[in-house]
Design a protein around this ligand. Structure first.
Ligand code: PBG
Length: 344
C-alpha cells in the first residue's frame, strides 16, 4: 500500500533543501516564461521545400507525406507567392521527373528546359521577394536513382562533378539564387564555385549539403520524386556513416574552404549533436534539413491522434534553434508561417 505521509524528508523541510533556489518561480506565468525564453522560432528561420511535377493545375498527394503535394509549375508559382507573402525567406525546388526522361547518365539534369529550370524562371518572372534554392544532384534524373554517374557498381566521382558543374550553371542561368549540391561527391563545391565565377554568376550563393548522412529518413522523399522503386543499392559510398561525427566536421571544413557560403546538416532531429558541433566549430550560417521521414513521423502519429501535430511541429523546430541552427528546411514551413502570422 502507498503511504501518503511525506516521511522521506524527516524533520528537514524543502525550504531548507532548496535554500531559496526554486526553478519553478520563473515558470509560473506566461509573461515570465516569455521573458526567460532563450530561443525563438521566427518566419525568418524557414526554408520551404516544394515538389514539382509536370502538367497544369496539378496537385497530387505524396502518400507517405500526409499534407504534402507535388505541384505543377502554375501551382508552385502560387505556393511561392503565398510563401513570399508570409515572409518565408526561401523555397527549395525538387522535381519529380517524368520516368520517360530518366536515363543512365541523368541527361535531363542538363536540359535548360527541365522542370526545375522552368519552375525557377516562372517564379523569378513574378518578381516575388523570395530566394530560390535548387538542388544539384543527379538522382531525380537517373534511371538508377543515384546522385552520380554509375560505372558497374561504382559511383564515379570526378566524372559526376563535371556534370554537376553543368547542372549548376543551367540552374544559375534559369535565375536561381542559391545552388544546393546534395550529391556528396568530393570536390564539387570548389568546382561549382569556380565555374559560377567564370560564367558571371559571382553572386550566386552555395548552400552545401556538407554533413549529409546515409539515412533511412529519406524514404518518403524518394517516393515524392519517384526514385524509391528504382534505386539500385544504397548511397553509403558517398553519404556519411550515421556512426560518425568528426567526419562531418571535416566535410564542412572542406566545403567552406572550397567556397560554400552556407552549410547544412541532414537529417535534422537525429543529428542535433552535429548541428551544435558544426555551429560551435565554424561559426558560419548553418542549416538543418528536417527531412521527409521526420515530417512523416510527426504527420502519421498526428493522423492517428497519437500526438498533437501543432505542438510536435513547433517543438521540433525549436530544437533546431536550440542546437544552433540558423534556419531549417522543413515541409512544415508554410504551416508554421501561417501559425506565427496568426500569432498562435
Ligand atoms: C538527393 C536528395 C535527397 C534529399 C534531398 N536531396 C535524398 C537522397 O539523398 O536520397 C532528401 C530530402 C528528404 O528526405 O526530405 N540528392
Amino acid at each position: 500500500a502507498h503511504s501518503h505521509t511525506p516521511i522521506a524528508l524527516g524533520t528537514t523541510s524543502v525550504d531548507e533543501v532548496v535554500g531559496g533556489r526554486r526553478m519553478r518561480r520563473n515558470r509560473r506565468a506566461d509573461w515570465s516564461r516569455r521573458l526567460v525564453r532563450e530561443n525563438t522560432v521566427t518566419v525568418d528561420d524557414l526554408i520551404w521545400p516544394i515538389f514539382l511535377t509536370e502538367g497544369n493545375g496539378v496537385r497530387e498527394a505524396v502518400s507517405s507525406m500526409p499534407g504534402v503535394d507535388r505541384l505543377s509549375i502554375d501551382n508552385a508559382v502560387r505556393a511561392a507567392e503565398e510563401a513570399a507573402k508570409l515572409g518565408i525567406p526561401a523555397i527549395a525546388l525538387f522535381p519529380n521527373t517524368d520516368p520517360s526522361l530518366r536515363d543512365e547518365t541523368g541527361s535531363e539534369a542538363l536540359n535548360p528546359e527541365n522542370l526545375v529550370c522552368r519552375a525557377c524562371r516562372a517564379v523569378r518572372e513574378e518578381g516575388f521577394d523570395i530566394g530560390i534554392i535548387t538542388d544539384v544532384a543527379l538522382d531525380p534524373y537517373t534511371s538508377h536513382g543515384h546522385d552520380g554517374l554509375m560505372h558497374g557498381e561504382e559511383i564515379l566521382n570526378d566524372e559526376t562533378v563535371e556534370q554537376l558543374v553543368s547542372q549548376a550553371l543551367i540552374q544559375a542561368e534559369a535565375g536561381c539564387d542559391v545552388i544546393a549540391p546534395s550529391d556528396m561527391m568530393d570536390g564539387r563545391i570548389g568546382a561549382i564555385r569556380q565555374a559560377l565565377d567564370l560564367k558571371g554568376h559571382r553572386n550566386t550563393q552555395i548552400m552545401a549539403y556538407s554533413a549529409k548522412y546515409a539515412s533511412a529518413f529519406y524514404g518518403p522523399f524518394r517516393d515524392a520524386i519517384g526514385t524509391n522503386a528504382t534505386l539500385v543499392g544504397d548511397k553509403r559510398t558517398y553519404q556519411i556513416d550515421p556512426a560518425n561525427t568528426n567526419e562531418a566536421l571535416r566535410e564542412v571544413e572542406l566545403d567552406l574552404a572550397e567556397g560554400a557560403d552556407m552549410v547544412m546538416v541532414k537529417p535534422g532531429l537525429p543529428y542535433l549533436d552535429i548541428i551544435r558541433r558544426v555551429k560551435d566549430t565554424f561559426l558560419v550560417p548553418t542549416y538543418a534539413y528536417q527531412v521527409s521521414g521526420e515530417y512523416a513521423m510527426i504527420a502519421a502519429a498526428a493522423q492517428n491522434g497519437w500526438l498533437d501535430r501543432d505542438r510536435a511541429m513547433m517543438e521540433s523546430l525549436m530544437a533546431f534553434k536550440r542546437a544552433g541552427a540558423d534556419g531549417i528546411l522543413t515541409y512544415f514551413a508554410a504551416e508554421v508561417a501561417r501559425k506565427l502570422k496568426a500569432g498562435a
